[in-house]
Design a protein around this ligand. Structure first.
Ligand SMILES: C[S@@+](CC[C@H](N)C(=O)[O-])C[C@H]1O[C@@H](n2cnc3c(N)ncnc32)[C@H](O)[C@@H]1O
Length: 281
C-alpha cells in the first residue's frame, strides 16, 4: 500500500479516534478495545463542555509487564470481538513503544514521537511555555514537563488524569475563547504549540481525511494566535492530504517549515509531522 492509499483508519479501528497511543488499556482514554468507544456518536465529535480544570497530583505510571500479559489474555479470550479490534490489540501488545512507555511511565506511546521530533530539531528548552493540543491521555504533556517547561497547558475534549505541574483543560481548542484562555493560564504568549490532534474516524476515507486536514489547519491558526515571535509549531498531518492551505499559512508565518516522520510513528501509518520554526509574529 502506498502512503497515499493509507487512511486514518490505519491508525485505529473504525469508529474510534485514532488514539491508539495509550501505553496500556488502563489509560485508554475512554476507548474500549472492541472498537465500541463510549465517545462514539458524540455530536460533531466536539464538545461544548467548557469545564476548566487546573490540576495537580501524582503522575500515574503507565503499567507494567503484568498489564501487558493481561492485555494479551484479553486478546486470546476475545470471543465475538471484531477482527480489526483484535488485530489492533495485538499490535498494541507487540509494539516496542507501548512496552517502553509502560516501563518508563509515559501515558502513551505517542510520547516517543515528540521525544524523537525534539531529538531531531532540538526545540524544547527549559523555561518554555508549551501548549499541547489534543493531549489526552497526556504523553506529550509529560515530555514537555520533562524538558523543563515552566508552563504546560494541555487541551482535550476528553478529561485527562491530573499531571503534576500541568494545567489540563477539558475543552475544544477550536472554541473562540480557547487562545485567550490558554494565554491567561500561561501568563503570556507561548514558546511552543504542539499538536497530536486526531479526530474521530468514520471509516469513510474522504471524510476522515478532510477532518484531519481541517484539524491541522485550525491548530495552525491557534498557534498563530498564541505564539510569541520566534516560537515553534509542531502538528500531526497525513501524507497524501490536500494540505496546501496549511503549508501556505506556515510558510508565510514561519521562517522554516520541515516534515519529519519519527521512528515511533508506525511505518504503515500515513501520519507524519510538520515542524514550523521561527514564528514571525
Ligand atoms: C492521538 S490523541 C493525543 C495523544 C497525546 N499526544 C499523548 O501523547 O497522550 C489525539 C487527541 O486529540 C483530541 N482531540 C480531537 N479533536 C479535538 C478538539 N477539537 N479539541 C481538543 N482535543 C481534540 C482527541 O480527543 C484525542 O484525545
Amino acid at each position: 500500500m502506498s502512503d497515499d492509499d493509507k487512511t486514518p483508519e490505519d491508525d485505529a479501528p473504525n469508529g474510534e479516534a485514532p488514539n491508539d497511543e495509550t501505553a496500556s488499556d488502563e489509560t485508554a482514554g475512554g476507548d474500549t478495545p472492541d472498537g465500541e468507544s463510549p465517545r462514539e456518536g458524540l455530536p460533531g465529535w466536539g464538545s461544548s463542555d467548557k469545564r476548566r480544570r487546573r490540576v495537580s497530583g501524582p503522575m500515574k505510571k503507565g503499567g507494567d509487564a503484568r498489564a501487558a500479559k493481561q492485555m494479551f489474555e484479553r486478546v486470546k479470550t476475545a470471543r465475538g470481538r471484531k477482527t480489526s479490534s483484535t488485530r489492533w490489540l495485538q499490535r498494541q501488545l507487540n509494539d516496542p513503544y507501548v512496552k517502553k512507555a509502560q516501563m518508563e511511565g509515559y501515558r502513551s506511546r505517542a510520547a516517543y514521537k515528540l521525544l524523537q521530533l525534539d531529538e531531531r530539531f532540538k526545540l524544547l528548552r527549559p523555561g518554555m511555555r508549551v501548549v499541547d493540543l489534543g493531549s489526552a491521555p497526556g504523553g506529550w504533556v509529560q515530555v514537555a514537563l520533562k524538558s523543563g517547561a515552566s508552563e504546560v497547558v494541555g487541551i482535550d475534549l476528553l478529561e485527562i488524569e491530573p499531571i503534576t505541574g500541568a494545567t489540563l483543560l477539558e475543552k475544544d481548542f477550536t472554541d473562540d475563547d480557547a487562545p485567550s484562555l490558554v494565554k491567561a493560564e500561561m501568563g503570556g504568549a507561548a514558546d511552543a504549540v504542539v499538536s497530536d490532534l486526531a479526530p474521530w474516524t468514520t471509516g469513510h476515507k474522504t471524510t476522515d481525511h478532510l477532518r484531519i486536514v481541517a484539524l491541522a489547519e485550525l491548530a495552525a491558526h491557534f498557534a498563530v494566535e498564541t505564539l510569541k515571535p520566534g516560537g515553534f509549531f509542531i502538528a500531526k498531518v497525513f501524507q497524501g492530504g490536500s494540505d496546501g492551505a496549511l503549508l501556505d499559512l506556515l510558510k508565510a508565518k514561519f521562517e522554516k517549515v520541515r516534515h519529519f516522520k519519527p521512528d515511533a510513528s508506525r511505518s504503515e501509518s500515513a501520519e507524519t509531522f510538520v515542524v514550523a520554526m521561527g514564528f514571525r509574529g
